[in-house]
Design a protein around this ligand. Structure first.
Ligand SMILES: *[C@@H]1O[C@H](CO)[C@@H](O)[C@H](O)[C@H]1NC(C)=O
Ligand SMILES: *[C@@H]1O[C@H](CO)[C@@H](O)[C@H](O)[C@H]1NC(C)=O
Ligand SMILES: *[C@@H]1O[C@H](CO)[C@@H](O)[C@H](O)[C@H]1NC(C)=O
Ligand SMILES: *[C@@H]1O[C@H](CO)[C@@H](O)[C@H](O)[C@H]1NC(C)=O
Ligand SMILES: *[C@@H]1O[C@H](CO)[C@@H](O)[C@H](O)[C@H]1NC(C)=O
Ligand SMILES: *[C@@H]1O[C@H](CO)[C@@H](O)[C@H](O)[C@H]1NC(C)=O
Length: 490
C-alpha cells in the first residue's frame, strides 16, 4: 500500500515526465526508421538484410561490429582496412535521392552535387574529385547533356595506339564512336596520337590529343610541335582536360562518410617492420635509389625485387606482408615530373594499410587525401626522416592518424582494364564529352608544348642530391654517401 501512496502522491509529476518522454522519444523512432530505409540502397551491395535488425539498437559501436562481421562473411575478398569501415547512417535524409530514377548514378541534391559509383564492392556517393583547380569540376565532367544524344555521333580516331570502343565503357550513352585508319581523318572529331610527327593536317574543329602514360623523361620530346597543335593530353596529367590519371581521390558525400574504427587496429599493432620497397629499376633519373641507400643506414627498408636482397618466392604472398608487417611503403617514381604519379602510389601505396612515402610533397599534395603520406622533402636530412619514421612506429596512435582521411575520402585506382563509371570523369569519356561541345577546340589548347611537356620535370637527381648534401653537412653520420648510382646495373 505504501507504493500506491507514493504513486498517488507523485502522480502529477509522473504524468509530466511521461508526456516529456513521449514528446522526445516518438519523433526519434520515426527518424531512425527513415534512416534505415534511406540506407538500404547503399547497404544493398550484397550485405545481409539481417543487418537492418541491428540498426534498431542505439549502441553504435555494436552496430559497427555487426556490420563488419557481415561484410567479412559475405565479401571475403574485400581488403582488410575496408572490412572495418562503418557506414555512417545518413543523418540528413534528402528526398531527392529517389526522384531521379532515370539516371541512377546521378543525384542532384538541392545544392550539393553527388555522383554515385561502385568501387571494390562499396557503393559510394561522392561530391568531388581532387584535381587541378583550373579543370572542370566533377559535376561538369559527369553531367549528361541531352544535346550529346541529339547531336550527331562523334568520332574519336586512334592514330597509332590500341584503344577501342571499350574505352568508352564509362559513358556508353554519350554517343561517341572509336575509329581507326588514317583514311578516316577527315571524319574525325578527335584524333589520339602517341608518336607525334606533327605532319598530320589538323582541321580547326578537331581536337588533337597527345597520349603518353610515361613521364616526359622517358618519352619523346614535344618541343618541335607548333603552338596549339595539341588540345589536350590523354595521360597522367591533371592540368589537361582529357587527363586520365592512374588513380584519383574522391571526397565522399556526407551519406558515404565513415565513422568508427577506420583502420584495423589489430593489424597495425601487429606491425613490427619499417619500410618496404618493391622495385626492379635500380638506376633512375630521380636518384631515389641513392636516398634509400642512405636511409637504410638509419632505418629498416626491405627491398624486394632485382634491386634488393629480399626475394618473393612463388606462392608467397609478399603483398600480404605489406599490410601485416610494414609501416611504410616506398612509392617512389623514376622521375620527378609534374603530376607523374603512378600505380606505385595509387595502388600499392593506398590500397594497403601502410603509409606511403613519396619523393616530393608538392607533386602529390593537391591530388591525394590530406595527411595520407610522407615525403622525402618534408625533412632537411635523411636522419631526420629516419627519426620521424621511428617515432611513428613507437607511437601507434600518431601512426594511425595517417589513416584518418579514410573517413571522408576514398582513393580510386584505375587499372586501365575495367572501363566503367570510375573512368567517367577522365580520359576517353572527357574526350567524348568535349567532342560534342562547339567551343572545345578553342577553349582547350596547349599553347607551349615544350613548356607543358619537355620542361615539366625536375633536373635529374636534384631533390635527392640536395637532401643528401645537407645530410652530409649536418655530419650526423660518419659514413660517406656512395655516389655510384650510374654504375649500378639496370
Ligand atoms: C555498446 O555495446 C558494447 C558491447 O556490446 C559495450 O561494451 C558498450 O559499453 C556499449 N555502449 C553503450 C554506450 O551502451
Ligand atoms: C548531322 O549530320 C548531317 C549529315 O552529315 C548534317 O546534315 C547535320 O547538319 C548534322 N547535325 C548536326 C547537329 O551537326
Ligand atoms: C602519441 O601521440 C599522441 C598523438 O599525437 C599523443 O597524444 C600521445 O601523448 C603520444 N603518446 C606518447 C606515449 O608519446
Ligand atoms: C615556351 O616556354 C618557354 C619557357 O618555359 C619559353 O622559353 C619558350 O620561348 C616558349 N616558347 C614559345 C614558342 O613561346
Ligand atoms: C654524383 O656524381 C655526379 C657526377 O659524378 C655529381 O654531379 C653529383 O653531384 C653527385 N651527387 C652527389 C649526391 O654527390
Ligand atoms: C657502389 O654501390 C654498391 C651498392 O651500394 C656497393 O656495393 C659498391 O661497393 C659501390 N661501388 C663503389 C665503386 O663505390
Amino acid at each position: 500500500m505504501r507504493w500506491r501512496n507514493i504513486i498517488f502522491k507523485w502522480r502529477p509529476l509522473l504524468l509530466i515526465v511521461a508526456v516529456i518522454y513521449t514528446i522526445l522519444i516518438i519523433p526519434s523512432w520515426f527518424s531512425s526508421s527513415l534512416d534505415e530505409t534511406k540506407d538500404e540502397p547503399r547497404l544493398a551491395q550484397g550485405v545481409n538484410p539481417k543487418l537492418k535488425l541491428g540498426r534498431k539498437s542505439s549502441n553504435n559501436s555494436k552496430l559497427t561490429i555487426d556490420h563488419s562481421a557481415e561484410l567479412m562473411k559475405i565479401k571475403p575478398e574485400t581488403e582488410a582496412p575496408k572490412k572495418l569501415i562503418n557506414v555512417k547512417p545518413d543523418l540528413k535524409p534528402s528526398a531527392q535521392l529517389e526522384t531521379n530514377n532515370e539516371q541512377p548514378e546521378m543525384v542532384v541534391a538541392s545544392e550539393k552535387f553527388v555522383f554515385k559509383l561502385n568501387y571494390r564492392g562499396q557503393s559510394l556517393a561522392i561530391e568531388e574529385v581532387l584535381t587541378h583547380p583550373d579543370m572542370p569540376k566533377l559535376k561538369e565532367r559527369v553531367t549528361f547533356s541531352p544535346d550529346l544524344a541529339k547531336s550527331n555521333r562523334t568520332k574519336i580516331l586512334i592514330w597509332d595506339s590500341g584503344f577501342g570502343q571499350q574505352n568508352l565503357g564509362g559513358c556508353p550513352e554519350w554517343n561517341c564512336e572509336v575509329i581507326s585508319g588514317a583514311g578516316n581523318l577527315a571524319s574525325a572529331d578527335v584524333v589520339v596520337i602517341q608518336s607525334p610527327s606533327f605532319t598530320i593536317k589538323k582541321e580547326p574543329h578537331q581536337l588533337f590529343v597527345y597520349y603518353s602514360q610515361e613521364s616526359p623523361r622517358n618519352s619523346a620530346s614535344l618541343g618541335q610541335g607548333p603552338p596549339g597543335y595539341f588540345n589536350t593530353m590523354f595521360g597522367f596529367r591533371h592540368d589537361t582536360v582529357g587527363g586520365s590519371p592512374y588513380g584519383y581521390t574522391v571526397k565522399l558525400a556526407p551519406e558515404s562518410r565513415r565513422t568508427g574504427e577506420i583502420v584495423d587496429k589489430k593489424l597495425v599493432m601487429g606491425k613490427s617492420k619499417g619500410a618496404t620497397w618493391f622495385v626492379s629499376h635500380c638506376s633512375t633519373q630521380s636518384h631515389r635509389e641513392e636516398y634509400v641507400r642512405e636511409l637504410q643506414k638509419y632505418f629498416q627498408v626491405d627491398i624486394y625485387g632485382q634491386c634488393g636482397t629480399m626475394r618473393c618466392a612463388k606462392g608467397d604472398n609478399c603483398e600480404n606482408s605489406v599490410d601485416k608487417d610494414y609501416h611504410f611503403y616506398m612509392a617512389l617514381e623514376n622521375s620527378i615530373c609534374q603530376d607523374y604519379i603512378t600505380e606505385k602510389l595509387w595502388n600499392q601505396g593506398y590500397s594497403h594499410t601502410v603509409v606511403p612515402i613519396v619523393l616530393k610533397r608538392s607533386l602529390v599534395e593537391a591530388y591525394v587525401p590530406p595527411k595520407s603520406f610522407i615525403a622525402f622533402d618534408d625533412f632537411e636530412t635523411v636522419q631526420e626522416m629516419a627519426d620521424y619514421l621511428k617515432h611513428l612506429m613507437e607511437n601507434k596512435t600518431e601512426y594511425m592518424s595517417y589513416f584518418d582521411w579514410r573517413k571522408d575520402y576514398e582513393v580510386i585506382y584505375l587499372n586501365g582494364l575495367a572501363h566503367d563509371e570510375l573512368e567517367k570523369p577522365w580520359g576517353f569519356c572527357q574526350l567524348c564529352r568535349l567532342s560534342h561541345l562547339k567551343d572545345s577546340a578553342t577553349k582547350y589548347t596547349i599553347q607551349n608544348l615544350s613548356k607543358f611537356w619537355d620542361q615539366s620535370c625536375d633536373p635529374d637527381g636534384k631533390l635527392v642530391s640536395e637532401i643528401l648534401a645537407k645530410s652530409r653537412a649536418k655530419g650526423n653520420s660518419p659514413t660517406q654517401v656512395v655516389n655510384n648510382s650510374t654504375q649500378v646495373k639496370n
